[in-house]
Design a protein around this ligand. Sequence first.
Ligand code: ADP
Ligand code: ASP
Ligand code: MG
Length: 404
Amino acid sequence: MSEIIVQKYGGTSVGSPERIQAVAKRVQQFRKTNPFVVIVVSAMGDTTDDLIALSKQISTSPNPREYDALISTGENISAALTAMALQALGVPAISLTGPQAGVITQGIHSKSKIAKVNTDRILAELKEGKVVVVTGFQGLNDANDVTTIGRGGSDTSAVVLAAALKAPICDICTDVDGVYTTDPRKVATATKISEISYDEMLELASLGAKVLHPRSVECAKENGIILHVRSSFKMDEGTYVKEASAMEVNRPVTGVTLNSSEAQVSICGVPDSPGVAGKVFTRLADESINVDMIIQSLGADGKNQISFTVDQDDLANAKVITEQVARELGAGSVECDDEVAKVSIVGVGMMSKPGVAATLFRTLGDHGINIRLISTSEIKVSCVVPKSEGQRALELLHSAFELG
Ligand code: ADP
Ligand code: ASP
Ligand code: MG
């Protein structure tokens, strides 16, 4: 069998019957030169949001199994419709759900990971000359239940399939024509990047550039798959995400992000003794709550304040757990604030160029924007600022690092 092409189409790209028909025409085009095409689709438009809203009308804390059973259905609709649209063009096609396509997941509901793919069915259908349309976002766990892999997870479904099918490239077809220096919907002067390293893209995605699901970048890196982020509506080239060694980098900062979906949690009056932080963060990890930025400061009374950020979706749960641990530790109050935003700069170039963080702090300071938390890695600096200043901070940094 010659090389398999894997292409993922996102929610906007399959957002209406007309768009699905346009995707089918595009796939027909690709199939002329590549006989083996696998398509991964997201749910149409805002379907997943609508399904979540529907579940909330029934219950504020829905049963996790039923919740996944519900929110995974959006992809079933778009996959079946895409296969129908291909068939209407005379292209043999079949839709497969995650379970039918052999996508095996593990971990808790709504945050599962794809453990492996049994590719037999997909390969058999390809050999019969069909385009295989697979639902993104879902798979089957070892209890035979459908699970989902996190919001925006269809990108990861596509890359995992590409890896399992030994495809060298995975096309991520979306409503922008590539990866930009920042979200082009937030900053009009954002510019398209032609190539970006896995590490930078992983940081950008994790820090809020939702153009790619972070896990998809990780998986592409692990398997040496080149990601091609491109428009669903044009045939033009987009952005290639690949190994840094294959490119020349002469920019200190590659991209800037704004994430307004985190919340800050602070535990006050924490006794200053070994093991305290371990206790707090172990309990959060046990509940699969991802903690992002962490800062500990020593107060005048010899007690510490520990602050951290979590996703707003996890805030209610994180608050309950943190309050429990605070009581056990004899700490003071727990304060939560979701009026925060995180701005970040990312670039492998900053490793060799001093003063990048200083420029960031100075830019925000000169414009009266107060920084609450800071975190850094070799290739990124993030700051938590008041939510009301987030957009302005993003614009200021985008221009301070001459990304426009
Ligand atoms: P899909 O439904 O195709 O998965 P998403 O909405 O998940 O699409 O991701 C595409 C969106 O990501 C774009 O419409 C854009 O607003 C947003 N985005 C955020 N950051 C960036 C960035 N740095 N470059 C390009 N797009 C970005
Ligand atoms: N439909 C899912 C979501 O909205 C998965 C995806 O779009 O990638 O999160
Ligand atoms: Mg997406």
